[in-house]
Design a protein around this ligand. Structure first.
Ligand code: PGA
Length: 237
């Protein structure tokens, strides 16, 4: 089974969502998922009828309480959603999400048995300074160390410089970095998660990227907004 998860970010009008729901194929042997803005979660939930999983782009770092503007993992689960994305680089960058808060979010997601898509990846500067492995190791181990059951964890490797830029990472770098993540998870945490690639994946490159070693699928932003492109990627993974 491969994975295709749409991260719609702060996009999609009501009309665009209705069009997506009407035209998405679904009913795939793969794991297909959609993460809309949280105000739209109830709309996309209809797609669960087509076997498409629904989830949030972020959750709060606390279970419930006085945290204005946050989304509770408990309530996400209560409403019947399936997964959440945690630690996306846009959250780390624009909302100052710390490694500690990301760990708390992962714990809360796992407590609710939500599938947790943990995003990791290096910036351009870190890549140029050959710090990619060190960055990935720190992001992954800080988030997952000490957790008992990691069976609901998916890791999305998303080089920050490749997100929304049209610059996809080189196939050889994807294989190397996914291989590193796989080995790290096995040796230090004793588990072998699906590892998704994200960063300018689209319906023209998904087929080739899908053939790379250690690539279990994709987390896709811009190219996931239109149902035809999502369907095309789903048929290529
Ligand atoms: P992109 O975004 O596909 O638009 O590069 C990917 C992501 O941020 O998950």
């Amino acid at each position: 089974m491969k994975y295709l998860i749409a991260n719609w970010k702060m996009n999609q009008s009501l009309e665009e969502i209705e069009n997506f729901i009407a035209n998405v194929d679904g009913n795939s042997s793969h794991f297909l998922g959609v993460a809309p803005q949280s105000i739209h979660l109830h709309l996309v939930q209809k797609m669960q009828d087509k076997g498409i999983k629904t989830g949030a782009q972020n959750i709060g770092a606390w279970k419930t309480g006085a945290y204005t503007g946050e989304i509770s993992a408990l309530h996400l689960k209560e409403l019947g959603h399936n997964f959440c994305i945690i630690g996306h680089s846009e959250r780390r960058q624009y909302f100052s999400e710390s490694l500690i808060h990301i760990k708390q979010k992962v714990e809360l997601a796992l407590e609710q048995k939500l599938i947790c898509v943990l995003c990791v990846g290096e910036t351009k500067e870190e890549k140029d300074n050959k710090q990619t492995f060190a960055v990935l190791e720190k992001q992954i181990l800080t988030a997952l160390n000490g957790l008992q059951d990691l069976s609901h964890i998916i890791i999305a490797y998303e080089p920050v410089w490749a997100i929304g830029t049209g610059l996809t990472a080189q196939g050889s770098d994807i294989v190397t970095n996914h291989g590193f993540i796989q080995e790290l998870c096995l040796s230090k945490l004793g588990f072998s998660p699906p590892i998704l690639y994200g960063g300018s994946v689209n319906d023209a490159n998904a087929k080739d990227l899908s053939k790379l070693a250690h690539v279990s699928g994709f987390l896709v932003g811009g190219a996931s907004l239109a149902p035809a492109r999502f369907n095309a990627m789903a048929s290529q993974i």
